[in-house]
Ligand binder design. Structure first.
Ligand code: GAR
Length: 193
């Protein structure tokens, strides 16, 4: 059995999709959810699925303790699903090649610090792009710089596109593709038949 912990900071729609998907996979499980924003909707998502969740905010973030907890829970892979804090180098080193992130743009475009969520969509809209998309990539110690695993594209209408429509197109790509890519990625690392 391979164990996933999801890290998120927001509403948790991707966390929800991942949890639902892996419920139907025999040898990979989502065992826990970590979050750095107390008011984040992802806590409700974890509760609905009866999955334990942890809060690590600014006041109680302790990387050493978090690593010890991960070992205790036997976490093999960390999946960032809208986690907006830079993952500390101690964690990227301990989980080298075993952390994956989803980003709502076609990296390297619209990536880096402060490029997340609707900030990305607003920048894409401001530049009247004809395409945008999502990137699923491994995580290293820099924002949005790890090895790209997969990208999916969607067409935009530069004249009529708005924030709601772009958000919905990106969410559809994320909810369709993130979980299967994570599944295949874990299989490629562990040679689960
Ligand atoms: C997703 O669109 C994800 O791509 C983005 O946050 C959103 C989380 O939504 N991640 C980033 O911007 C990371 N830089 P959710 O909480 O509904 O899953």
């Amino acid at each position: 059995m391979m164990n996933i912990e999801i890290w998120a900071s927001g509403g948790g729609t991707n966390a929800d999709t991942l949890i639902r998907y892996f419920k139907n996979v025999a040898d990979i499980s989502v065992v826990s959810v970590g979050c750095n924003r107390r008011e984040a909707g992802v806590f409700q998502v974890a509760k609905q699925h009866a999955i334990p969740s942890m809060y690590w905010g600014k006041s109680n973030w302790n990387t050493k303790d978090i690593l010890a907890e991960l070992a205790e829970r036997k976490v093999d892979y960390i999946v960032l699903a809208g986690f907006l804090k830079l993952v500390p180098a101690e964690v990227t080193q301990a989980y080298n090649g075993r952390i994956v992130n989803i980003h709502p743009s076609l990296l390297p475009a619209y990536g880096g610090k402060d490029m997340y969520g609707i900030h990305v969509h607003n920048a894409v809209l401001a530049n009247k792009e004809e395409f945008t998309g999502i990137t699923i990539h491994e995580v290293n110690e820099e924002f949005d710089k790890g090895k790209v695993l997969a990208q999916y594209t969607t067409k935009l209408s530069p004249l009529t596109e708005g924030l709601d429509s772009i958000k919905s197109k990106i969410q559809t790509l994320e909810h369709t593709n993130f979980a299967p890519v994570v599944d295949a990625w874990i299989r490629s690392k562990t040679l689960i038949p």
